[in-house]
Design a protein around this ligand. Structure first.
Ligand code: GRF
Length: 203
């Protein structure tokens, strides 16, 4: 099955680029149909333009409430064929009503081995705690922050001389493999979101 993707970004969009690069292969079972950014200056918008993907900038500051912002995103998404929403460095928390509308159809990537280190500043906290391993997780989005069932994880070693930036760069390289891998699993029907909020992986 060919999955139609919407990718939501806020920043440099290197994960968006990894997804677009993967989708440029004929055999890859997904295509990006639309990119939405809440930030008009997001560097990632250039990747979408490069691949001639429609782009919408929806600035959250133009809306009074989170729900109105999310409704606008929902309306834009409805004008494209979208099976799955990929959050890729999208720095806004989505409302419960939006998440319910798209239940089981929103993915996120987080730069830690969830459930450890939810939230912001993961690499700094990992170093402060002298962890020897870190990594990234692609998961289904549920109402809890960084909380849904995990589809793919990749780990990296933490080096003695790491700074948050060097660790972030090592993790980011794995993110770029993990997101396309998770999308492929979904497209091939090898992973599905269960109504109780769990996940089933088929071999
Ligand atoms: C990534 O580390 C992602 O895990 C986090 O935000 C960063 C986004 O990077 N949620 P990019 O915009 O994809 O380059």
């Amino acid at each position: 099955m060919m999955l139609n993707l919407a990718v939501l970004i806020s920043g440099s969009g290197s994960n968006l680029k990894a997804i677009l690069d993967a989708c440029s292969a004929d055999a890859f079972p997904a295509r990006v149909r639309v990119v939405i950014s809440n930030n008009k200056d997001a560097g990632g918008l250039a990747h979408a333009t490069h691949y001639k993907i429609p782009v919408h900038v929806i600035d959250h500051r133009d809306f009074t409430t989170r729900e109105e912002f999310d409704e606008r995103i929902h309306t834009v998404l409805q004008s494209y064929p979208v099976d799955i929403i990929c959050l890729a460095g999208f720095m806004r928390i989505l409302s419960a009503s939006f998440i319910n509308q798209w239940a089981g159809r929103i993915l996120n990537i987080h730069p830690s081995l969830l459930p450890a280190y939810k939230g912001l500043h993961t690499h700094k906290r990992v170093l402060e705690n002298k962890e020897s391993v870190s990594g990234c997780s692609v998961h289904f989005v549920t109402a809890g922050l960084d909380d849904g069932p995990i589809i793919v994880q990749k780990s990296v070693p933490v080096m003695a001389d790491d700074t948050p930036d060097t660790l972030a760069a090592r993790v980011l390289k794995e993110e770029h493999k993990a997101y396309p891998e998770a999308i492929r699993l979904l497209a091939e029907g090898r992973v599905c979101f269960l109504p109780d909020g769990g996940v089933e992986i088929k071999n």
